[in-house]
Design a protein around this ligand. Structure first.
Ligand code: NAG
Ligand code: NAG
Length: 224
């Protein structure tokens, strides 16, 4: 009796350990995938797959990354994205590509994070001051570099990062991302440009600003 009880216990603990080691959620491929009861607008984590017999070369093709994006905007940069939206064949491949153009003298890709992908960036033209900041647990250390043509830098998944053109000519970079849809959260836009706005008193304390400065920022980023 004793023996069989402890055997049962051992077996159930083993089963639990095995089931825990196998139990994991798939990595999300979009911002959210909220479960529904009725199947009236069915979504999956990623995309449904086309009939393989109808797949052709164009499903893996995109043209136009030779064309610079227009950098005449508030921040002086433009990201041309080539992800699963542009190349359906990227679905489930865990990879995508961007071209980033930076206006001369300070054009920047402002602090942002990719919730679903690490990034590897190569400079083709110009000079970039780049960096990422590690998490609170790592004391928010800044890892930064000045990059010249041919230089490569990595931005680990989830870390807040930026690139600034510190040269006098337009800069160009290309970057690969480890997701078919890495997502972008631009910090200033998310915090000060949310819709509807976050209560300015909350942001005033969070950023140690007065509420009027917060409202000014919210007006600039389109929250109010
Ligand atoms: C980026 O460039 C494209 C092509 O020139 C343009 O249509 C788009 O509006 C630009 N985006 C921003 C944010 O300036
Ligand atoms: C770039 O965008 C600006 C602002 O929207 C616009 O005035 C300008 O004509 C655009 N340039 C080109 C080359 O499309």
């Amino acid at each position: 009796m004793r023996v069989s009880q402890s055997l049962v216990r051992t077996i159930s603990i083993l089963a639990l350990v095995i089931s825990l080691s196998n139990a994991y959620d798939p990595s999300p491929l979009q911002d959210f995938c909220v479960a529904i009861d009725d199947l009236d607008g069915v979504f999956v984590n990623g995309r449904f797959c086309k009939d393989p017999r109808r797949v052709n070369a164009n499903d893996f093709f995109f043209s136009g990354l030779n064309v610079p994006g227009n950098t005449t905007n508030q921040v002086g940069s433009n990201v041309t994205t080539v992800n699963v939206d542009q190349i359906p064949g990227l679905n489930t491949m865990g990879i995508s590509l961007v071209r980033i153009d930076y206006a001369p003298n300070g054009g920047q890709n402002p602090p942002h994070t990719h919730p679903r992908g690490s990034e590897i960036l190569v400079v083709i033209q110009g000079t970039l001051y780049v960096g990422f900041v590690s998490s609170n647990q790592d004391n928010n250390r800044l890892f930064s570099k000045v990059l010249h043509p041919g230089d490569v830098f990595v931005f680990p998944i989830g870390m807040i990062h930026f690139q600034v053109n510190i040269g006098k000519i337009a800069a160009i970079a290309f970057a690969g991302l480890s997701s078919q849809n890495a997502g972008v959260i631009t910090i200033a836009n998310a915090v000060f440009g949310s819709n509807p706005p976050i209560d300015p008193r909350a942001l005033a304390t969070a950023f140690q600003l007065d509420a009027n400065t917060v409202r000014e920022l919210q007006a600039k980023f389109g929250s109010i």
